[in-house]
Design a protein. Structure first.
Length: 117
């Protein structure tokens, strides 16, 4: 599956933003989808994931503020980000893996999210 993220930009602290990831060339519904982020000078972090059965999990840093969702018919995965903080500033990547795989094997290019204070 090929992935392309979009929807990043500049937002003020406390605001909201939604980033999207479009999939192609694969059976999207069979993949676990995740959103990672990487801030300058920091390690890449898995912030949210959604399984093929729509179960979700979140990192502690975004729990209660971010929501991951998927639309299998449109082959899209979303990350709705609310109550944004300057520390959410990062390059956000979408990724995919089959349920049997432990690591994400398909990656999209990142979309930049900048939260101003």
């Amino acid at each position: 599956v090929q992935l392309q993220a979009s929807g990043g930009g500049l937002v003020q602290a406390g605001g909201s933003m939604r980033v999207s990831c479009a999939a192609s060339a694969g059976t999207f519904s069979r993949y676990v989808m995740g959103w990672y982020r990487q801030a300058p000078g920091k390690q890449r972090e898995l912030v949210a994931a959604i399984t093929t059965s729509y179960s979700t999990n979140y990192s502690d840093s975004v729990k209660g503020r971010f929501t991951i969702s998927r639309d299998n018919a449109k082959k899209l995965v979303y990350l709705q980000m609310n109550s944004l903080k300057p520390e959410d500033t990062a390059l956000y990547y979408c990724a995919a893996r089959r349920p049997s795989e432990r690591s994400y094997t398909n990656w999209g290019q990142g979309t930049e999210v900048t939260v101003s204070s």
